[in-house]
Design a protein. Structure first.
Length: 94
């Protein structure tokens, strides 16, 4: 996790087709994000953006996938939140 220019960049691992949607825990160096959507036609990516926006209380437009559009390991940039606030939200959601 790194913070630069008012945005936080986070490496995540996506678990598509999960029974429950949510964020956490951190496994290794990646934050786990579970979504109900299947990994087809970008549906899982849309769900990842939605879940992260809800969890960190930012607009969907503030969450952008920087790397890993087609894989389970992604890098996302979240604007409008600090690294400390992000860490606190992760702890609260776990």
């Amino acid at each position: 996790m790194s913070e630069k220019d008012g945005a936080v960049t986070v490496d995540i691992a996506v678990k598509p087709r999960s029974s429950r949607e949510g964020v956490g825990p951190i496994q290794g160096d990646r934050l786990c994000v579970a979504v109900n959507a299947p990994p087809v036609n970008g549906k899982a990516n849309e769900a990842v953006v939605r879940v992260l926006a809800q969890t960190f209380r930012v607009a969907r437009s503030a969450v952008a996938i920087v790397r890993g559009e087609t894989g389970r390991k992604k890098t996302v940039r979240i604007t409008g939140i600090t690294a400390a606030a992000l860490s606190q939200a992760i702890a609260e959601s776990a």
